[in-house]
Design a protein around this ligand. Structure first.
Ligand code: ZN
Length: 315
Protein backbone atom coordinates (compact mmCIF):
# COMPACT_ATOMS: atom_id res chain seq x y z
CA UNK A 1 0.00 0.00 0.00
CA UNK A 2 1.29 3.47 -0.92
CA UNK A 3 1.07 5.97 1.94
CA UNK A 4 0.26 9.50 0.84
CA UNK A 5 2.14 11.00 3.79
CA UNK A 6 5.43 9.27 2.93
CA UNK A 7 7.71 9.87 -0.07
CA UNK A 8 7.51 7.17 -2.78
CA UNK A 9 11.25 6.50 -2.66
CA UNK A 10 14.31 7.12 -0.55
CA UNK A 11 18.05 6.56 -0.85
CA UNK A 12 19.95 4.51 1.71
CA UNK A 13 23.54 5.73 1.48
CA UNK A 14 26.05 3.13 2.68
CA UNK A 15 28.62 4.63 5.04
CA UNK A 16 29.88 1.42 6.63
CA UNK A 17 33.19 1.62 4.77
CA UNK A 18 33.85 5.02 6.33
CA UNK A 19 31.87 5.70 9.52
CA UNK A 20 31.66 2.00 10.39
CA UNK A 21 35.24 0.92 9.76
CA UNK A 22 36.84 4.04 11.22
CA UNK A 23 35.56 3.11 14.67
CA UNK A 24 36.80 -0.47 14.49
CA UNK A 25 40.48 -1.01 15.32
CA UNK A 26 40.79 -3.89 12.89
CA UNK A 27 41.89 -3.02 9.35
CA UNK A 28 39.72 -4.70 6.73
CA UNK A 29 41.73 -5.72 3.66
CA UNK A 30 41.34 -3.75 0.46
CA UNK A 31 40.12 -6.91 -1.30
CA UNK A 32 37.32 -7.31 1.21
CA UNK A 33 36.37 -3.66 0.89
CA UNK A 34 36.25 -3.99 -2.91
CA UNK A 35 34.02 -7.05 -2.52
CA UNK A 36 31.81 -5.05 -0.15
CA UNK A 37 31.42 -2.19 -2.67
CA UNK A 38 30.79 -4.68 -5.50
CA UNK A 39 28.20 -6.53 -3.39
CA UNK A 40 26.40 -3.36 -2.28
CA UNK A 41 26.20 -2.19 -5.89
CA UNK A 42 24.95 -5.61 -7.02
CA UNK A 43 22.27 -5.45 -4.31
CA UNK A 44 21.07 -2.14 -5.76
CA UNK A 45 22.78 0.44 -3.55
CA UNK A 46 23.68 3.46 -5.67
CA UNK A 47 25.33 5.79 -3.15
CA UNK A 48 28.35 4.66 -1.14
CA UNK A 49 30.79 6.61 0.99
CA UNK A 50 33.95 4.66 0.27
CA UNK A 51 36.31 6.23 2.80
CA UNK A 52 37.96 9.34 4.08
CA UNK A 53 40.94 11.38 2.88
CA UNK A 54 42.55 11.80 6.26
CA UNK A 55 46.27 11.13 6.90
CA UNK A 56 46.84 7.35 7.06
CA UNK A 57 48.65 7.67 10.38
CA UNK A 58 45.41 8.94 11.94
CA UNK A 59 43.12 6.32 10.43
CA UNK A 60 45.09 3.38 8.99
CA UNK A 61 41.73 1.61 8.47
CA UNK A 62 40.93 4.05 5.64
CA UNK A 63 44.37 4.37 4.02
CA UNK A 64 43.17 2.75 0.77
CA UNK A 65 40.40 5.28 0.07
CA UNK A 66 41.90 6.43 -3.27
CA UNK A 67 41.94 2.86 -4.59
CA UNK A 68 38.35 2.25 -3.43
CA UNK A 69 37.19 5.48 -5.05
CA UNK A 70 38.84 4.54 -8.34
CA UNK A 71 37.07 1.18 -8.25
CA UNK A 72 33.69 2.67 -7.27
CA UNK A 73 33.88 4.95 -10.30
CA UNK A 74 33.96 1.90 -12.60
CA UNK A 75 30.57 0.65 -11.37
CA UNK A 76 27.66 1.89 -13.52
CA UNK A 77 25.36 4.42 -11.86
CA UNK A 78 27.25 4.44 -8.57
CA UNK A 79 27.47 7.82 -6.84
CA UNK A 80 30.68 7.66 -4.81
CA UNK A 81 31.39 9.99 -1.93
CA UNK A 82 34.29 10.48 0.46
CA UNK A 83 34.77 12.41 3.68
CA UNK A 84 37.36 15.19 3.63
CA UNK A 85 38.42 17.03 6.79
CA UNK A 86 40.20 19.91 5.04
CA UNK A 87 41.43 21.38 1.75
CA UNK A 88 44.22 18.82 1.44
CA UNK A 89 41.70 15.98 1.60
CA UNK A 90 39.39 17.84 -0.78
CA UNK A 91 42.18 18.08 -3.36
CA UNK A 92 42.53 14.30 -3.24
CA UNK A 93 38.78 13.88 -3.66
CA UNK A 94 38.79 16.24 -6.65
CA UNK A 95 41.81 14.43 -8.18
CA UNK A 96 40.06 11.10 -7.67
CA UNK A 97 36.85 12.34 -9.28
CA UNK A 98 34.58 11.74 -6.29
CA UNK A 99 30.93 12.57 -7.01
CA UNK A 100 30.58 14.20 -3.60
CA UNK A 101 32.81 15.14 -0.70
CA UNK A 102 31.43 15.52 2.79
CA UNK A 103 33.15 18.19 4.88
CA UNK A 104 32.31 17.52 8.54
CA UNK A 105 31.57 20.42 10.84
CA UNK A 106 30.68 20.03 14.52
CA UNK A 107 27.98 22.38 15.74
CA UNK A 108 29.29 21.72 19.23
CA UNK A 109 32.26 24.04 19.69
CA UNK A 110 33.80 21.69 22.28
CA UNK A 111 33.51 18.69 19.94
CA UNK A 112 34.84 20.73 17.03
CA UNK A 113 37.97 21.80 18.91
CA UNK A 114 38.56 18.29 20.29
CA UNK A 115 38.04 16.40 17.02
CA UNK A 116 38.81 18.84 14.20
CA UNK A 117 41.10 21.25 16.11
CA UNK A 118 39.15 24.11 14.54
CA UNK A 119 36.16 26.20 15.58
CA UNK A 120 33.02 25.64 13.50
CA UNK A 121 33.53 29.00 11.80
CA UNK A 122 37.08 28.01 10.82
CA UNK A 123 35.55 24.94 9.14
CA UNK A 124 33.13 27.22 7.29
CA UNK A 125 36.12 29.26 6.05
CA UNK A 126 37.82 26.02 4.91
CA UNK A 127 34.68 25.14 2.92
CA UNK A 128 35.09 28.48 1.14
CA UNK A 129 38.66 27.52 0.20
CA UNK A 130 37.50 24.05 -0.90
CA UNK A 131 34.83 25.62 -3.11
CA UNK A 132 37.41 27.91 -4.70
CA UNK A 133 39.76 24.96 -5.35
CA UNK A 134 36.93 22.85 -6.76
CA UNK A 135 35.82 25.60 -9.14
CA UNK A 136 39.40 26.42 -10.17
CA UNK A 137 39.93 22.75 -11.06
CA UNK A 138 36.75 22.72 -13.16
CA UNK A 139 35.67 19.73 -11.08
CA UNK A 140 32.09 18.46 -10.71
CA UNK A 141 32.64 17.05 -7.22
CA UNK A 142 29.78 18.29 -5.04
CA UNK A 143 30.49 19.72 -1.59
CA UNK A 144 28.26 18.57 1.27
CA UNK A 145 28.62 20.44 4.55
CA UNK A 146 27.84 17.80 7.15
CA UNK A 147 26.70 19.46 10.37
CA UNK A 148 27.48 16.95 13.13
CA UNK A 149 26.59 16.86 16.83
CA UNK A 150 23.47 18.67 15.63
CA UNK A 151 21.32 17.22 18.42
CA UNK A 152 23.73 17.17 21.34
CA UNK A 153 27.30 16.33 22.22
CA UNK A 154 29.15 14.05 24.62
CA UNK A 155 31.53 16.89 25.61
CA UNK A 156 29.31 19.95 25.61
CA UNK A 157 25.90 18.40 26.28
CA UNK A 158 23.26 20.71 24.83
CA UNK A 159 23.78 22.08 21.33
CA UNK A 160 21.61 25.09 20.49
CA UNK A 161 19.45 24.50 17.38
CA UNK A 162 19.87 28.19 16.53
CA UNK A 163 23.61 27.63 16.28
CA UNK A 164 23.10 24.52 14.10
CA UNK A 165 20.94 26.52 11.70
CA UNK A 166 23.32 29.49 11.71
CA UNK A 167 26.21 27.20 10.74
CA UNK A 168 24.11 25.50 8.07
CA UNK A 169 23.35 28.87 6.48
CA UNK A 170 27.03 29.84 6.77
CA UNK A 171 28.07 26.64 4.97
CA UNK A 172 25.68 27.38 2.11
CA UNK A 173 26.93 30.98 1.93
CA UNK A 174 30.54 29.71 1.84
CA UNK A 175 29.80 27.57 -1.20
CA UNK A 176 28.56 24.19 0.00
CA UNK A 177 26.27 22.66 -2.65
CA UNK A 178 24.49 20.51 -0.06
CA UNK A 179 24.13 20.42 3.71
CA UNK A 180 23.28 17.49 5.97
CA UNK A 181 22.44 17.01 9.63
CA UNK A 182 24.07 14.31 11.72
CA UNK A 183 23.30 12.96 15.17
CA UNK A 184 26.95 11.99 15.58
CA UNK A 185 26.65 10.65 19.13
CA UNK A 186 23.10 9.35 19.29
CA UNK A 187 21.44 12.10 21.34
CA UNK A 188 18.47 12.79 19.06
CA UNK A 189 14.87 11.73 19.55
CA UNK A 190 12.12 11.81 16.89
CA UNK A 191 10.55 15.02 18.18
CA UNK A 192 13.90 16.84 18.03
CA UNK A 193 14.53 15.43 14.56
CA UNK A 194 11.18 16.55 13.25
CA UNK A 195 11.60 20.06 14.62
CA UNK A 196 15.19 20.63 13.46
CA UNK A 197 14.75 19.12 10.00
CA UNK A 198 11.59 21.17 9.43
CA UNK A 199 13.47 24.35 10.26
CA UNK A 200 16.53 23.28 8.24
CA UNK A 201 14.33 22.62 5.20
CA UNK A 202 13.10 26.19 5.34
CA UNK A 203 16.72 27.35 5.08
CA UNK A 204 18.20 24.84 2.65
CA UNK A 205 15.22 23.48 0.67
CA UNK A 206 16.30 20.70 -1.66
CA UNK A 207 19.93 21.39 -0.81
CA UNK A 208 19.27 19.64 2.52
CA UNK A 209 20.81 16.38 1.47
CA UNK A 210 20.90 13.69 4.08
CA UNK A 211 19.99 12.54 7.58
CA UNK A 212 22.70 10.74 9.51
CA UNK A 213 21.59 8.91 12.64
CA UNK A 214 23.25 6.63 15.14
CA UNK A 215 21.34 3.97 17.03
CA UNK A 216 23.31 4.49 20.23
CA UNK A 217 20.17 4.49 22.37
CA UNK A 218 17.78 2.64 20.08
CA UNK A 219 16.33 5.77 18.44
CA UNK A 220 17.91 5.32 15.00
CA UNK A 221 14.97 4.08 12.93
CA UNK A 222 12.46 6.25 14.79
CA UNK A 223 14.60 9.26 13.96
CA UNK A 224 14.73 8.25 10.30
CA UNK A 225 10.95 7.99 10.28
CA UNK A 226 10.56 11.44 11.82
CA UNK A 227 12.81 12.95 9.13
CA UNK A 228 11.06 10.96 6.38
CA UNK A 229 7.72 12.41 7.46
CA UNK A 230 8.94 15.97 6.90
CA UNK A 231 10.28 15.04 3.45
CA UNK A 232 13.91 13.94 3.88
CA UNK A 233 14.63 11.15 1.40
CA UNK A 234 18.29 10.23 1.89
CA UNK A 235 19.71 8.47 4.94
CA UNK A 236 23.13 7.20 5.94
CA UNK A 237 23.41 3.67 7.29
CA UNK A 238 26.02 1.01 7.99
CA UNK A 239 25.70 -2.63 7.00
CA UNK A 240 25.36 -4.74 10.17
CA UNK A 241 25.01 -1.49 12.12
CA UNK A 242 28.73 -1.14 12.69
CA UNK A 243 30.01 2.20 13.88
CA UNK A 244 30.01 2.40 17.64
CA UNK A 245 30.78 5.52 19.58
CA UNK A 246 34.32 6.35 20.71
CA UNK A 247 32.97 7.85 23.95
CA UNK A 248 30.79 4.87 24.89
CA UNK A 249 32.59 1.54 24.53
CA UNK A 250 30.24 -1.24 23.39
CA UNK A 251 27.55 1.21 22.25
CA UNK A 252 25.62 0.33 19.11
CA UNK A 253 26.60 2.13 15.94
CA UNK A 254 24.99 3.75 12.93
CA UNK A 255 21.50 2.91 11.79
CA UNK A 256 21.66 -0.60 10.35
CA UNK A 257 21.39 -0.70 6.54
CA UNK A 258 19.39 -3.91 6.28
CA UNK A 259 16.90 -2.92 8.96
CA UNK A 260 16.47 0.53 7.42
CA UNK A 261 15.86 -0.92 3.94
CA UNK A 262 13.39 -3.36 5.47
CA UNK A 263 11.51 -0.57 7.25
CA UNK A 264 11.32 1.60 4.14
CA UNK A 265 10.28 -1.23 1.82
CA UNK A 266 7.67 -2.40 4.36
CA UNK A 267 6.10 1.06 4.12
CA UNK A 268 6.24 0.99 0.28
CA UNK A 269 9.04 3.55 0.20
CA UNK A 270 11.15 2.17 -2.67
CA UNK A 271 14.89 1.92 -2.06
CA UNK A 272 16.01 0.05 -5.16
CA UNK A 273 17.72 -2.47 -2.89
CA UNK A 274 17.35 -6.24 -3.19
CA UNK A 275 17.09 -7.20 0.46
CA UNK A 276 18.00 -10.92 0.16
CA UNK A 277 21.15 -9.92 -1.75
CA UNK A 278 21.94 -7.33 0.91
CA UNK A 279 21.51 -9.91 3.69
CA UNK A 280 23.83 -12.23 1.82
CA UNK A 281 26.45 -9.47 1.72
CA UNK A 282 25.90 -8.78 5.41
CA UNK A 283 26.75 -12.44 6.09
CA UNK A 284 30.04 -12.09 4.24
CA UNK A 285 30.97 -8.82 5.94
CA UNK A 286 30.08 -10.32 9.33
CA UNK A 287 32.50 -13.15 8.56
CA UNK A 288 35.31 -10.69 7.84
CA UNK A 289 34.54 -8.81 11.06
CA UNK A 290 34.23 -11.84 13.32
CA UNK A 291 34.61 -10.83 16.94
CA UNK A 292 33.32 -7.28 16.40
CA UNK A 293 29.99 -6.19 17.88
CA UNK A 294 27.43 -6.21 15.07
CA UNK A 295 23.81 -5.04 15.14
CA UNK A 296 20.62 -5.62 13.22
CA UNK A 297 17.47 -7.67 13.63
CA UNK A 298 16.17 -8.64 10.18
CA UNK A 299 19.10 -10.97 9.43
CA UNK A 300 18.28 -12.87 12.64
CA UNK A 301 14.47 -12.93 12.41
CA UNK A 302 13.99 -13.20 8.63
CA UNK A 303 11.06 -11.63 6.77
CA UNK A 304 7.45 -11.74 7.99
CA UNK A 305 5.03 -13.59 5.70
CA UNK A 306 3.31 -10.33 4.90
CA UNK A 307 6.44 -8.63 3.58
CA UNK A 308 6.63 -7.67 -0.07
CA UNK A 309 9.37 -5.45 -1.40
CA UNK A 310 8.56 -2.62 -3.79
CA UNK A 311 9.54 -3.09 -7.40
CA UNK A 312 11.84 -0.11 -7.39
CA UNK A 313 15.03 -2.09 -7.94
CA UNK A 314 17.62 0.19 -9.49
CA UNK A 315 18.74 -0.43 -13.04
ZN1 ZN B 1 28.35 8.95 12.21
Amino acid sequence: MIHAFLPPRAVVREVGLRDGLQSIARVLSTDHKLEWIRGAHAAGQREIEVGSFVPARLLPQLADTAELLAYAKTLPGLFASVLVPNLKGAERAIDGGADLMVVPLSASHAHSLANLRKTPDEVVAEVGRIRAARDAAGSKTLIDGGVGTAFGCTLQGHVDPEEVLRLMQALLDAGADRVSLADTVGYADPAMVRSLFERALRIAGDRLWCGHFHDTRGMGLANVYAALEVGITRFDACLAGIGGCPHAPGASGNVDTEDLVFMLESMSVATGVDLPKLLDLRGRVAGWLEGETLQGTVWRAGFPKTFTATEGVAA
